[in-house]
Design a protein around this ligand. Structure first.
Ligand code: IVH
Length: 671
């Protein structure tokens, strides 16, 4: 008996709706439905398909959960070889590439398509009459493994192309990868399950795609991003690579938002700089950018040399992960007495600098990663983030590798080390008696985002503490020419500069002052909230825990640390002495913020803002009582979009949120 047409219509509608939600979530990063509602629709479809198996088809969203395990992967021959790219590290190599292209094409200047170089696994996908037919890994470049069953589980990979005008056959090349936040969640799950964590998103993606059991792959949040059309039958090929990518996007294939077309060498290097500056804020890892001659006719004319195209070039960023050896594991004492194990490393060039130390965070982390003295490790340094040991290369562990033990006494002052049972952090109990804690507290007080005393760095503070010249921040303001110039390696000129910087620091803001005090759990943004809320330092010092918890984002833990700090007579003395010394801030700072147009509004910054760094924009918005957040939601009031704004801008437009540019932001800040 034929299935009632109503049922098949319902099945079609459910599939279309579920795939639209999948696209919204996984392609545009803008969820359009609650998880529970999605699950309800999904189960309804599953139930209908179970009751009417004749309606089942390969492009149903229910097919994404993963089928039966395979015995082995079948080999697939690629219709065109999957090549590698020539690499460039220096600008000169890019200049040479541009010169070669211009000469070979007899052109004065060349237009290029620029893209991120995605750090995942190369994949080729084949669509026949709009339906996903199969996909394969790169393999040796000529043939690879058919991983179709696994690819079907990728939520952003369309099982059917969108639109009415579809090619007879389409072969798309791209990369399978894990977004950073998905990787972090995956590792969190691995940790909770007591399973081994993945080293980085690339390894996790590789391991997940080469599973013989697609149900395992289905639980790993892999994504696909297309970067080239390898074959197109039955429709005319667009004339340019950039147009071909736009066509893929129209068919529902995910492509990187950070694509751009540029002209000539300056255009290439400009793109490299701009994307490099945003590297750490992208949702996925990239290891460089790829330049491609945009005209496909010109690409054909340029052709290939051995295994790489002459029309494309990968311009690499400095590697963010490198292997090196752990020479020792030492313990550092921080401002709050926290003992941090630090790996002393054989110097290694990573993330653009030479790294000699990497934090191991705490004792638990050392155990979990099982880092031992003598081990070879992978070290990561991304952006300004402090270098980190990612993982031990177990195969290279020497027989005499030595395990780490947390000392029972502070290595600096000899006080007992305490570690409450429910805390991960061991602490020195010496308080400000401990020179290490004193030094760290002073450095924090003088740091750029606190009272910003230029020249008061590591070496000088250590000297001042060792000479007993400075014990508390208030002592900084008692320093004079005689005391400073008596220090070793301190000329009169430098001493005068430091005294001038100290003098200048006396004029500050309440928020900076609160932050500078170094109260445990009070970071910059909490300090700002406290300043805005209380307006005056006296009001903050007098507030009880209930009053403190009325401040946005202040919970019981933060409130308790503030109370503990304010209950300590020594701290009150220091605050009094600082004010006595002339440290002051304008009154009514909080009142001004509360009346500004920006107060209480939520902003998202995206793209490169004209004439304004992200930090500047953030500071200015926050100084007027606004908030800057990382992702666009219905609660966002303004999205400030600059050049090359991507998914966040798209999301804002979808949600109908007001989008302004840098100039409009400045105008808003002024009014
Ligand atoms: S185009 C004929 N574009 O880099 C040119 N490749 O070294 C084919 N890759 O294994 C490659 N991002 O998987 C191209 N935007 C991008 C890319 C990209 C990453 C990978 C690719 C290949 C490797 C080549």
């Amino acid at each position: 008996m034929a299935v009632a047409s109503e049922i098949s219509a319902r099945v079609r509608a459910l599939r279309a709706e579920l795939e639209a939600h999948n696209r919204a979530y996984y392609v545009f990063d803008a969820p359009t439905i609650a998880d529970a509602e999605y699950d309800r629709l999904f189960r309804e479809l599953q139930a209908l398909e179970t009751a009417h198996p004749e309606l089942l088809c390969a492009d149903s969203p229910t097919q994404r959960v993963g089928g039966a395990p395979l015995a082995q992967f079948v080999q697939r021959r690629h219709s065109a070889p999957m090549l590698s790219l020539n690499n460039a590290f220096a600008d000169e190599e890019v200049a040479a590439f541009d010169r070669r292209c211009r000469e070979a094409l007899g052109a004065e200047s060349v237009d290029y398509a620029c893209e991120p170089k995605l750090d995942g696994l190369a994949i080729t996908l084949v669509y026949e009459r709009g339906l996903f037919a199969y996909g394969a890994t790169r393999g040796d470049g000529t043939s690879g493994e058919d991983v179709s069953a696994n690819l079907r589980t990728l939520r952003n990979l369309p099982l059917r192309l969108l639109g009415d005008v579809l090619p007879e056959r389409l072969e798309v090349r791209g990369e399978v990868l894990l977004y950073r936040r998905d990787f972090a969640q995956l590792n969190q799950r691995q940790r909770e399950a007591g399973a081994r964590e993945f080293i980085n998103p690339r390894n996790a993606a590789a391991g997940s795609l080469r599973q013989l059991d697609p149900r395992i792959t289905a639980r790993r949040p892999l994504r696909f991003l297309a970067y080239a059309v390898a074959a197109l039958d039955g429709l005319p090929m667009p004339s340019h690579h950039s147009a071909a990518m736009a066509q893929l996007a129209q068919w529902g294939l995910p492509v990187a938002a950070e694509r751009n077309t540029v002209t000539g060498l300056d255009g290439l290097l400009g793109y490299y700089q701009r994307l490099g500056a945003r590297r750490d804020s992208l949702p996925y890892d990239i290891d460089g950018v790829v330049y491609k001659v945009d005209s496909l006719a010109a690409q054909e004319q340029l052709g290939f040399v051995s295994r790489a195209p002459r029309f494309a070039l990968a311009h690499k960023f400095p590697a963010q992960e490198e292997a090196t050896r752990v020479l020792d594991i030492e313990v550092q004492v921080g401002r709050t007495g926290a003992l941090t194990p630090v790996a002393r490393l054989e110097p290694v060039f990573v993330g653009g600098v030479t790294v000699t130390n990497a934090t191991l965070h705490n004792e638990g982390e050392v155990r979990r990663k099982d880092v031992r003295v003598g081990d070879s490790v992978l070290v990561r340094r991304a952006g300004d983030v402090i270098p980190e040991v990612v993982a031990v290369i177990q195969e290279r562990r020497p027989a005499d590798a030595r395990e780490f033990a947390m000392p029972a006494r502070c290595p600096v002052c000899g006080s007992a080390v305490e570690r409450p049972a429910d805390e991960a952090i061991a602490r020195c109990s010496g308080g400000l008696y401990c020179p290490a804690q004193r030094t760290a507290a002073l450095l924090h007080f003088a740091s750029r985002r606190a009272l910003d005393i230029e020249g008061l760095g590591d070496k000088l503070v250590e000297q001042l503490v060792a000479a007993n010249l400075v014990n508390t921040p208030a002592d900084i303001y008692r320093l004079d020419m005689a005391a400073l110039s008596a220090l070793e390696r301190m000329g009169e000129k430098s001493a005068a500069n430091i005294l001038a910087a100290i003098e200048k620091s006396k004029t500050t803001t309440l928020a900076r002052f609160i932050y500078a005090l170094g109260i445990r759990n009070v970071g910059e943004s909490t300090a700002r909230d406290l300043a805005r809320h209380f307006g005056r330092i006296e009001a903050l010092l007098a507030a009880d825990e209930a009053a403190l918890e009325r401040v946005p984002d202040v919970g019981p833990v933060v409130a308790a640390s503030i109370r503990r700090f304010c209950a300590e007579p020594h701290n009150l003395q220091v605050i009094g002495a600082l004010r006595q010394a002339g440290v002051a801030w304008p009154d009514g700072e909080a009142a001004a913020a509360a009346t500004s147009k920006i107060a209480g509004k939520s902003f998202v910054l995206t793209g490169t803002l004209a004439g304004l760094s992200r930090d500047q924009a953030k500071d200015m918005i926050e100084a007027r009582g606004g908030r800057v957040t990382g992702s666009v939601s219905t609660k966002t009031d303004f999205v400030v979009a600059g050049a090359e704004a991507g998914a966040k801008l798209e999301r804002a437009l979808q949600l109908g949120i007001q989008v302004i540019d840098a100039a409009q932001l400045l105008h808003l800040l002024e009014t």
